[in-house]
Ligand binder design. Sequence first.
Ligand SMILES: Nc1nc2c(c(=O)[nH]1)N[C@H]1C(S)=C(S)[C@@H](COP(=O)(O)O)O[C@H]1N2
Ligand SMILES: [Mo]
Length: 321
Amino acid sequence: MSEIPTDKITPPEVYFNRRELLRAGILAGSMAGTAALYRLLKARPMAPPETRKLAVAAPARDAANSGFAVDEPLTSFESITSYNNFYEFTTSKMDVARVAANFKTDGWKLEVGGLVKNPQTLSIDELRAISPPEERVYRMRCVEAWSMVIPWAGFSLSKLLEQVEPLPEAKYVAFETLLDPTRMPGQKTSVLEWPYVEGLRLDEARHPLTILATGLYGRELPPQDGAPVRLVVPWKYGFKGIKSIVKITLVADQPVTSWNRYGAEEYGFYANVNPEVDHPRWSQATEQRIGETGRRKTLPFNGYAEQVSHLYDGMDLRVNF
Ligand SMILES: Nc1nc2c(c(=O)[nH]1)N[C@H]1C(S)=C(S)[C@@H](COP(=O)(O)O)O[C@H]1N2
Ligand SMILES: [Mo]
């Protein structure tokens, strides 16, 4: 916590929701309870705010109109970095930060190739040099029906694609996470097939809302959120946002994706947020915004319909879910 200015530290009762407080056996609002919670937080290894600060460009003036900044309260840094899905480390959300804490990303290389004119292998500094990190405040809706609002730092994937120049035969973009069970202990289990893979149609990948993020809350991504670089596609379920990417390949055919391979009836390739198409085992009509009590209505395309619905004109979204 030492590098966060004191005035930026959110009191825990603000970012832990009531259920978490009750589960911890602590009554919100009481002085004794608050003191006990501070002790609990000190005792458990918190999300590492030690990642370096990033220079993040202010959002464009028309940001709100184009969907680059959502006008809803931000989810706290602590919640974003302590409640995670990252099966390469553990399937236990509240433990990802601890298990991933020592994940080193020094010397990271991102390979971009396939059906392109200029294949490239980039360091993270070279990647950031393509376009300075911009702030993008997006809703994130997990398929499990919880959601957050996250201030990412990143840039439109389209800028990287322009640089490698896709060939006319390229129709999809395939993404791959690092495969290294010595550094990612969850890869010693077979909960998923490794490496984690994801994919987008080329026009989805080129949409200005689709970003490669290298930071959040003005700092480099911590390991648990996908350091050093992850995909963010705000109108799709969170699992499309593949973390710790080492490879991006332009391809002709729809690529295999991890969750679709795991269960095609439950997880489609498109995975656009859609309150009208339920998961076979639960409703997608509402969601739990982390840090709030009560539920919110889930919005078509996660609230980005104006920006993206045209990409799916003429498609049956119940078939192509
Ligand atoms: N490589 C990889 N990427 C992943 C996952 C994962 O397990 N492995 N989980 C996905 C899921 S299900 C979600 S909801 C988001 C969670 O991102 P967050 O932990 O930063 O909130 O990451 C996605 N990206
Ligand atoms: Mo998710």
